[in-house]
Design a protein around this ligand. Structure first.
Ligand code: NAP
Length: 320
C-alpha cells in the first residue's frame, strides 16, 4: 500500500468553533476516520445556542430550541469519536520546521495539525450609541431568549429590521406588553413570513425611518431617544428593555493575515470551502456568503470536511 511517512503530529483536522458548521464538519471528519479535535470557544457562545426557536431546520417540523439542536449535533459527533476541548484559540501559524503542519495555540497548549477548519461564526454587532455599553445587562440586551422573561408586562424596544430583529420581536411578545421595532428604513429586510406575523401581532408597533440615538435611564433603562432619519427630529419612547439586532461581525481575528478576508472581515472561500491558505478551510457564518442559516452552516461544514479529507489524503499520499 502507498503512503508518505509524515513527522509526528497531533491531529489530522482541528476545527475551530462549536456551532452548526463546526459540529457538522466534526461529524464528517471523525466518521471518515480522521483524528479530529474541535476547539469550542470558552469565552464566546455560538449564536444558535441563544436562539429560542429554529423552525426551518429540515426534518424537525415542530421546531427546536437552538441549544437543544446543538446538543444533538454534538452527541452525533461524539458518537463518531470527535474530541472536544472548551478552549479559545489564541493564534494559528504555519510550522517553521515543517510547512505541512499548522500550529493551533490555545495558550496552555499548542497542537500540530495537517488541516484546520475555521467555523468561528460571528457575534452581534453593537450600535455604539450613548448608554448602550453603560446599560448592558441593565436593560440593554442582545439575546431575547436569555433576557425576554425579565420583561413580563413591560414595554421594550427592538432595533433592526432583519430576520433576527423580527423573530426576536415576535418572541418578546410572549412577555412584554408592547414591543416597538425601531428601523432605519420604511420597510423590513426580514423574510416575508416573519413580516406577515409581525404585522399581524397587536403587541408590535413600528417606529419607521428612525435610528436609536441614545439609551436613557438611571440605574436601569427607562427609555430610548430615537432620531428621524430625514428630519433629525428626536423623540423619546418609554421602555425598560432595549434589544439590539443590527447584524453581525465575524470572529475571524485569528485568521487575519493567514487567509484572505473580505472588507467586512469574513473569510473568502471557494465552493469547496478552501481558503487562500493550503490546508485551511472555512465553514458557516465566518465565511463570506449570501445566506447565513443553520442549514447552510451545516452544508458548509460537510463540504469543508470533505475538502479537508481530500487534502489530507494527498498529503499522506493516500488519495486515490
Ligand atoms: P441582517 O440581516 O444583517 O439585518 C440587520 C438589520 O439591522 C438590518 O435591518 C439593518 O438595516 C439594521 N442595521 C444594521 N446596522 C444598523 C445601524 N447602525 N443602525 C440601525 N440599524 C442597523 O442581520 P440579522 O437579522 O442578524 O440576520 C443575519 C443573517 O442571519 C441573515 O442572513 C438572516 O437571514 C439570518 N437569520 C435567519 C433567521 C431565520 O431564518 N429564522 C433568524 C435570524 C437570522 P438595513 O435593512 O437598513 O440594512
Amino acid at each position: 500500500m502507498g503512503g508518505i511517512k509524515l513527522p509526528e503530529y497531533d491531529y489530522d483536522v482541528i476545527i475551530i468553533g462549536g456551532g452548526p458548521a463546526g459540529f457538522t464538519a466534526g461529524i464528517y471528519t471523525a466518521r471518515a476516520g480522521l483524528r479530529t479535535l474541535l476547539l469550542e470557544g470558552a469565552s464566546t457562545v455560538s449564536q444558535i445556542t441563544i436562539t429560542d426557536l429554529i423552525e426551518n431546520y429540515p426534518g424537525i417540523p415542530d421546531g427546536i430550541n437552538g441549544l437543544d439542536l446543538m446538543q444533538l449535533f454534538k452527541n452525533q459527533a461524539l458518537k463518531f469519536g470527535l474530541e472536544i476541548l472548551p478552549k479559545d484559540t489564541l493564534s494559528l501559524s504555519r510550522s517553521d520546521t515543517d510547512p505541512a503542519f499548522w500550529i493551533v495555540n490555545t495558550g496552555e497548549k499548542s497542537f500540530r495539525a495537517l488541516s484546520v477548519i475555521a467555523a468561528t461564526g460571528a457575534q452581534w454587532r453593537k450600535l455604539g450609541v450613548p448608554g448602550e455599553t453603560e446599560f448592558a445587562g441593565k436593560g440593554v440586551s442582545y439575546c431575547a431568549t436569555c433576557d425576554g422573561p425579565f420583561y413580563r408586562n413591560r414595554d421594550v424596544v427592538v432595533v433592526g429590521g432583519g430576520d433576527s430583529a423580527i423573530q426576536e420581536a415576535l418572541f418578546l411578545t410572549h412577555f412584554a406588553s408592547r414591543v416597538t421595532v425601531i428601523h432605519r428604513r420604511d420597510r423590513l429586510r426580514a423574510a416575508g413570513i416573519l413580516q406577515k406575523r409581525a404585522f399581524a401581532e397587536k403587541k408590535i408597533e413600528f417606529a419607521w425611518n428612525a435610528t436609536l440615538a441614545e439609551v436613557l435611564g438611571a440605574d436601569f433603562v427607562t427609555g430610548v431617544k430615537i432620531s428621524d432619519v430625514g428630519s433629525g427630529e428626536t423623540k423619546t419612547i418609554n421602555a425598560e428593555g432595549v434589544f439590539i439586532f443590527v447584524g453581525r461581525l465575524p470572529h475571524t481575528s485569528v485568521f487575519n493575515n493567514i487567509v484572505q478576508l473580505d472588507k467586512a472581515g469574513y473569510i473568502i472561500t471557494d465552493d469547496a470551502m478552501k481558503t487562500s491558505a493550503a490546508g485551511i478551510f472555512a465553514a458557516g457564518d465566518c465565511r463570506a456568503k449570501l445566506f447565513r442559516q443553520v442549514v447552510t452552516a451545516a452544508g458548509d461544514g460537510a463540504n469543508a470536511a470533505f475538502s479537508a479529507e481530500l487534502y489530507i489524503g494527498n498529503l499522506k499520499g493516500e488519495a486515490y
